[in-house]
Ligand binder design. Structure first.
Ligand code: SAM
Length: 231
């Protein structure tokens, strides 16, 4: 048995690379994207009724996940990267069928596109389907997961004065919540869990068309050094 699926759209996301994307949706409410719908779903009929819906389930392809060997067990970064669990106990991108699912906030409906926030999707992610979030069925008060009992602890994010100024300038230019996006994403601590940060080492990532650089003056704290448009 095999099935093939065609994307119904593509995500244009603030996340230009995988590094520093939060591990789940809603961890960075300032992470925004525009979901472009492909024909014939780019017509108003396809989204009629969504005006009354606050959140959506997006089903998508982990198109940038390394392909190759099938993994039955995986090492989730959340568990420090050295403990293995079954692939079906994880949200790893390395799965039998590279399908992801995320609940995102629906911010706006425009012709042929949906504006969303709280995303954890890379720019260019192919979207397979969209379903409305149904609170009575999808939010379960007695649900538990002992491997992920609460949202990950956050680091303190502080700013150098020039970087804060730059972030505000870029926010004006892009009309996006750039400062909040950087704070929310870096607070998740993007570097691998096993890495001990060296205060001299600089890290970088691209959000939208902006390069962000930071370092770890102490293990539990990030200092943003620069927020510059890509040259
Ligand atoms: N919420 C989804 C789920 O549970 O299926 C995704 C969880 S997965 C752990 C989140 C990570 O997937 C992000 O941190 C990012 O690095 C990665 N990611 C996002 N979009 C991707 C894509 N299109 N291809 C490969 N990896 C992607």
């Amino acid at each position: 048995m095999s099935y093939s699926f065609e994307p119904i759209g593509v995500m244009h996301s603030c996340f230009a690379e995988k590094f520093a994307i939060p591990r789940q949706p809603q961890l960075a409410p300032a992470a925004r994207g525009m979901l472009e719908l492909f024909a014939p779903y780019d017509k108003p009929e396809a989204v009629a009724g969504l005006e009354g819906v606050s959140h959506l389930w997006l089903l998508f392809v982990f198109h940038a996940a390394a392909s190759g060997e099938q993994h039955v067990r995986v090492r989730p970064p959340r568990l420090g990267g050295n403990k293995r669990i079954g692939v079906f106990a994880s949200r790893s991108t390395h799965r039998p069928n590279p399908i992801g699912q995320s609940v995102v906030r629906l911010e706006g409906i425009e012709p042929g596109r949906l504006l969303v926030s709280g995303i954890d999707l890379l720019d260019g992610t192919p979207i397979l389907d969209i379903k409305p979030y149904v609170p009575y069925a999808d939010a379960l008060g007695d649900a538990r997961n002992s491997l992920a009992e609460s949202a990950p602890a956050q680091l303190l994010v502080e700013w150098s004065a020039p970087a804060l100024l730059q972030a505000r300038e870029q926010a004006q230019r892009l009309q996006q919540p750039v400062q909040e996006l950087i704070e929310q994403c870096l607070a998740q601590d993007p570097k691998p869990a096993y890495q001990r940060p060296d205060a001299d080492r600089e890290y970088g990532v691209r959000f939208w068309d902006i390069n962000v650089r930071w370092h770890y003056p102490q293990a539990d704290r990030i200092r943003v050094l620069a927020v510059e448009p890509v040259a």
